[in-house]
Ligand binder design. Structure first.
Ligand code: RP5
Length: 177
């Protein structure tokens, strides 16, 4: 389920997916960005199906203040590389498990960019997409204390939740004894 998301007119994070069929893997990523309060937008644009629209969008977004792109695509995914070719704004690629190879093809084509035009490559699918949101917030966090604080708090909550599970399991097992 998507939380109520208000997309910004002046985004600093841009989430681009190659197809609306990728959206199901981006739910937690989008929810996390919404929770952080960072202005962001979500678009469906494809490196091979809408190359001109993608090119125009990247130029316009980079000029208007986007500080990080998240590019989610499946198959022999070239979306992240295609965006990175058009801007020096950092691009975070998320391989989508939409192909017969369950995303391995997308992982390799995103990670194995030839030297010169890097993209940051996350893991395959929803987990990678969550990390992409956090990584984008870390980039934003270099100049935004709010974004940096959000990432720290997110880690603290994760840590508290593991320690709580540790307490619970120790209590449960000590009762068996
Ligand atoms: C890629 O091809 C998209 O990112 C998607 O992961 C995959 C399949 O797209 P659809 O055929 O479902 O539109 O470009």
């Amino acid at each position: 389920m998507f939380k109520e998301v208000v997309m910004s007119r002046n985004p600093i994070v841009s989430v681009v997916m190659g197809s609306d069929s990728d959206l199901k893997y981006l739910q937690d990523c989008v929810n996390l960005l919404a929770e952080s309060g960072a202005p962001f937008e979500v678009r469906v644009l494809s490196a091979h199906r809408t190359p001109e629209a993608l090119a125009q969008y990247v130029s316009k977004s980079a000029e208007s203040g986007v500080k990080a792109f998240i590019a989610a695509a499946g198959g022999a995914a070239h979306l992240a590389g295609s965006i990175a070719a058009r801007t020096v704004v950092p691009v975070i690629g998320v391989p989508m498990p939409s192909s017969d190879l369950n995303g391995l093809d997308a992982l390799l084509s995103t990670a194995q960019m030839p030297p010169g035009v890097p993209v940051a490559c996350m893991g395959i699918g929803s987990g990678g997409a969550v990390n992409a949101a956090l990584f984008a917030l870390q980039i934003i966090g270099l100049s935004s204390p709010e974004a940096a604080h959000f990432v720290s708090e997110h880690r603290r909550k994760k840590s508290d939740s593991v320690l709580e599970k540790d307490r619970t399991i120790r209590e449960k097992l000590s009762r068996v004894d």
